[in-house]
Design a protein around this ligand. Structure first.
Ligand code: ZN
Length: 463
């Protein structure tokens, strides 16, 4: 039988060529069209991936009404799933070259989607090719699930799970090695005050729910700039400017991802604190800003009563990613929590809503997705970690994270590669979602090897 290494040497060029085919389609989510709920381009890349799957030897390919595609080989009854995604995030300026014309530089394949997630998914599909070509006896079928909406809400997977049988076990090559066996719960809500703005004519902080903002700006009328300057003292995080009868204060914080906010300084909180310290607000408006100060007092959700530790994950966190004064004079406070198993998903909703309501705010919208945790001693999880360590010569352990992958939305699913925890990329290489997104060719090929070993040896695990 052919060794995995021989297979990889023979297939390297084809894999790179096929990745170029996928990268060439700018599959950012677009307007829904018939049979293409996430836009024409996303559907186009899904069909291209299915075409590649046919070329690799998969027996059956199926477009699930444009939500997701699958390519299947082997037994249908019980199958192993590999779920990745073909949609990408938009590009910004600063690329060396066209982000949709993949090119190689210093051992890296550069282009949008090379690392997230077209490259890793294709690596796993090529691993399937090995099992197909070498006629490995299959107790479980192999099914590559071609996701189409990972980046914008994962509305693809529910459609699949409602209409098609679920895998007995699955992995998503959309994070890092060795194995991600748990993800914190993710909760987000827009909390809105009554129309209480009086002296605050503008308030703007933060660009996204899932980032602790480093900038917040407030503009007031009818207040003393001196009072604000005095309250700011020599704290250089604040800048106070005056124009006509308006005073503007800008606060500079320290940004961080909502999942890792421990060393952040929330600019929204800085502004709330300063307004209260300067004592320039009154009545209901002051009350609404006091709420913002409480929310941003720490990053653990203490004020909302959801803080806690569970020994499995990092402590529960809650940050305020955005604040706005809206046109109707209300304030919008957006909160984003990454919670562990010390609090139930419904308790998070209830407690945040109750806290907001006690302060006169109401919940204008929310999203909630509970945590998932799979025992690191589960035979499949253990095996995958072992295989990673065998192939790389490392000694890594399964990890939990605060980010979200498909694994949280499907039973018996973990994330598995293909970022290498110990790889140090050159500075110019962009990671997922960044300019000059790049994927190391060595890593990609190493991932194929790990996936081959895994798909072969998972056949011996009882599911
Ligand atoms: Zn991804």
């Amino acid at each position: 039988m052919q060794s995995a290494k021989e297979f990889i040497a023979l297939n390297k060029d084809a894999l790179i060529r096929d990745l170029g085919r996928l990268v060439a389609i700018n599959s950012v989510k677009g307007e829904p069209a018939p049979g293409a709920p996430f836009g024409e381009n996303v559907h186009k890349v899904e069909m291209e991936a299915l075409k590649i799957a046919e070329e690799l030897g998969f027996e059956e390919t199926h477009d699930c009404e444009g939500y997701i595609g699958y390519a299947h080989f082997g037994p249908q009854e019980k199958y192993l799933g590999i779920i990745g995604h073909m949609d990408v995030v938009p590009v910004t300026d600063g690329w060396f070259r066209d982000p949709f014309e993949m090119f190689e530089k210093d051992g890296y394949l550069v282009g949008r989607g090379t690392g997230d997630d077209k490259g890793p998914m294709l690596a796993a599909m090529y691993a399937c090719k090995y099992l197909i070509e070498n006629k490995i006896p299959l107790r479980y079928g192999l099914r590559a699930l071609i996701g189409c909406d990972e980046e914008c809400g994962m509305n693809d997977l529910p459609h699949y799970l409602e209409n098609y049988p679920a895998p007995v076990f699955a992995f998503t090559p959309d994070a890092g090695f060795p194995v991600g066996n748990g993800e914190k719960g993710i909760f987000e809500a827009d909390l809105v005050s009554p129309s209480v703005a009086d002296r605050i004519v503008d308030l703007w902080g933060g660009i996204a729910s899932n980032v602790v903002p480093d900038t917040c700006r407030v503009t007031l009328k009818g207040v003393s700039a001196d009072a604000l300057r005095e309250a700011a003292g020599d704290n250089d995080r604040y800048t106070v400017t005056e124009e006509d009868d308006r005073v503007t204060v800008t606060a500079q914080g320290v940004a961080a991802h909502a999942g890792m906010p421990f060393d952040s300084v929330n600019a929204n909180g800085l502004i709330a604190d300063l307004l209260l310290k300067a004592d320039v607000l009154e009545g209901a408006e002051k009350h609404a800003i006091e709420f913002l100060a409480k929310v941003t007092e720490n990053v653990y959700g203490t004020f909302e009563g959801i803080d806690g530790e569970d020994g499995l994950f990092a402590p529960t966190t809650l940050i305020c990613g955005m604040v706005r004064r809206q046109d109707d004079g209300s304030f919008l406070v957006n909160v984003n929590s990454r919670y562990n198993t010390s609090v139930k998903p419904e308790e998070v909703e209830q407690r945040v809503a109750a806290t907001a309501e006690a302060w006169g705010y109401h919940v204008a919208g929310m999203d909630n997705s509970g945590p998932f945790y799979m025992d690191p001693e589960h035979p499949a999880v253990k095996l995958m970690c072992e295989i990673y360590n065998e192939v790389t010569g490392e000694n890594e352990k399964p990890f939990v994270m605060s980010g979200g992958t498909y694994a949280r939305h499907m039973e018996n699913t973990v994330s598995f590669g293909c970022e290498m925890p110990n790889e140090k990329a050159p500075d110019w290489v962009g990671s997922a979602h960044m300019t000059n997104e790049g994927m190391s060719i060595d890593t990609l090929l190493k991932a194929v090897e790990i996936y081959i070993e895994t798909l072969v040896r998972l056949q011996n695990v009882d599911f």
